[in-house]
Ligand binder design. Structure first.
Ligand code: SIN
Length: 516
């Protein structure tokens, strides 16, 4: 029997959970899984996830309540069937992870300890201190370590999908990837390709995402004509630590506010007072906009987070990694007020998928942050992303056996003559900076039509810069990233221009302003 041959692009939680679930579902059927990760798996967004996994497992919780909170934060733009399906699977994926060896915090009686985060009407977040993502990655890696079916290949950067016509229709039959070590462009074939490439926070100047979060999976799907959804909805986390630097910013988990920390104005008044019934734990778009408004009215590039209600000793116990990060910036949480600002955190939309991970292209499935399942709607309920990244891989794995196209071309890896250029082209770096600036200025928490159109002009200019450089095949990492960032920026802008009213993370301000 010919093995089912699958390429997973991305080594985060969604990709690894899929690999583990596919092995679980194989029942002695032969299988080959190659996980291609451009960066070391320990550097992924998943690995850095602090909060946890939302799951209705607490005594005073229910699936109905979890679904209602998800829809409230998503401003009703969620797919209700997807919401129902995902929240109901929460407990079973927690048990699945525990069977694999993941350890979650428990109280003295052995019950899971639930943290509270924004938008949740009860404490519902299963966690491992403030390193939940790292713990889940550890358990999945241990589980996959001895699986002979899986080959984890780090340092291969997938550029594009291979899409071919056959008598059975158009299908994705593999990927083209640059191998960092040799600089070669490889063509790898498979029965199925699973995109699990994560987010696109790097399209903004300040983001909680790592440098790898360039939206590459979404960009390559777009180039292959695959449908996207909900691209207007970019979630900004309210409390990134203000460091004065651009790029990736440290995150102060929402669980810190869930444990009692409060946002303050510069004059010491409570920031969220009178703004939302849930106060500091209002949906993220509400809290982030309140912080931005304070920043604009005072001219100070941050608001203040007061963790003194938690106390420094308990803070260090609950949030050891955040405490260490703050201390490395000379701040003592619980004692010092922490300067915080909103930063791009999560793309609520992405490659449109159904409830079995299928995209609009045969042979291509998508999972995790690069996918748009409809779960999140117009804003994401905290810690629903890890939940989704664990639930949907189970269903996608089961579906993989049935939906792998039977028309895959011969699976011989080919090397295409082309070399990764080691030069850093200044033009590509300047164009990346221009996109980030335009997106941060016009596609952030407050948007208006003039600004969004100005941002689109910046992207169009960058596209004109990219085209001849790409044709010359002098590809550098900077040019590869620029091509993806500009494609994702365009998709976000076009998605936002199609939204004519304020909803969730997409907030239109009346003021018509400035050209970029
Ligand atoms: C956080 O811990 O605040 C982030 C978790 C998430 O984005 O769901």
């Amino acid at each position: 029997m010919k093995p089912l041959d699958v390429i997973v692009v991305g080594g985060g939680i969604a990709g690894m959970a899929y690999a583990a679930a596919l092995i679980d579902s194989a029942r002695n059927r032969p299988l080959r899984i190659r996980v291609l990760s451009k960066a070391p798996v320990a550097g992924s967004s998943s690995h850095a996830a602090q909060g946890g996994v939302a799951a209705a497992m607490g005594a005073n919780d229910s699936f109905e309540l979890h679904a209602a909170d998800t829809m409230m934060v998503g401003a009703g733009r969620n797919d209700p069937d997807m919401v129902e399906l995902v929240v109901r699977e929460g407990p079973s994926v927690i048990h699945w992870l525990e069977r694999m060896g993941a350890v979650f915090d428990k109280d003295a009686t052995g019950r899971l300890e639930m943290a509270r985060e924004g938008g949740h009407s009860v404490a519902r977040v299963v966690h491992h201190r403030d390193r939940t993502g790292g713990e889940i990655v550890r358990a999945l890696r241990m589980h996959l370590r001895n699986a002979r079916e899986v080959e984890l290949i780090e340092g291969q950067h997938v550029l594009d999908l291979v899409v071919e016509d056959s008598p059975l229709g158009r299908a994705c039959t593999g990927v083209r990837a640059i191998e960092y070590a040799s600089g070669d462009l490889l063509e790898c074939r498979s029965d199925l390709v699973i995109l699990a490439t994560g987010g696109a926070g790097q399209v903004y100047e300040h983001t909680t995402n790592p440098i790898e979060a360039t939206g590459d999976g979404i960009a390559m799907a777009l180039r292959a004509g695959v449908a996207l959804r909900d691209m207007a909805f970019v979630q900004f986390h309210p409390t990134a630590l203000y460091t004065g630097e651009r790029g990736q910013t440290p995150l102060i988990s929402e669980a810190v506010r869930g444990a009692g920390a409060r946002l303050l104005r510069h004059d010491g008044r409570h920031l969220m007072s009178g703004l939302h019934p849930a106060g500091d734990l209002a949906p993220r778009n509400v809290v982030a906009r309140a912080i931005l408004t304070e920043m604009r009215s005072t001219g100070v590039p941050y608001a203040l987070l007061d963790a003194s209600p938690i106390g420094s000793t308990y803070f260090a116990q609950l949030f050891p990694a955040i405490e260490r990060e703050c201390r490395s910036h000379g701040l003592a949480p619980g004692h010092d007020l922490l300067p915080v600002m909103p930063a791009a955190h999560y793309l609520c939309g992405g490659i449109a998928i159904d409830d079995r991970g299928r995209t609009s292209l045969s042979g291509l499935m998508a999972l995790g942050e690069c996918a748009g399942s409809g779960l999140h709607g117009a804003d994401r309920l905290a810690s629903n992303s890890l939940l989704e990244a664990l639930v949907l891989p189970q269903r996608t794995a089961l579906a993989s056996w049935a939906f792998a196209p039977k028309n895959a071309a011969p699976r011989l890896p080919g090397v295409v003559r082309s070399k990764l250029s080691r030069q850093k082209p200044a033009t590509a770096l300047r164009a990346q900076a221009a996109i980030r600036h335009a997106m941060s200025t016009h596609l952030g928490l407050l948007r208006n039509r003039d600004g969004m159109e100005a941002a689109l002009r910046v992207v169009a200019h960058c596209e004109r810069v990219i085209a001849p450089m790409w044709m010359r095949r002098r590809w550098s990492l900077e040019l590869i990233n620029l091509r993806d960032l500009s494609a994702v920026a365009r998709a976000i802008i076009e998605g936002a221009l199609n939204e004519t009213t304020s909803i969730g993370t997409h907030h239109l301000e009346a003021r018509q302003t400035v050209a970029a």
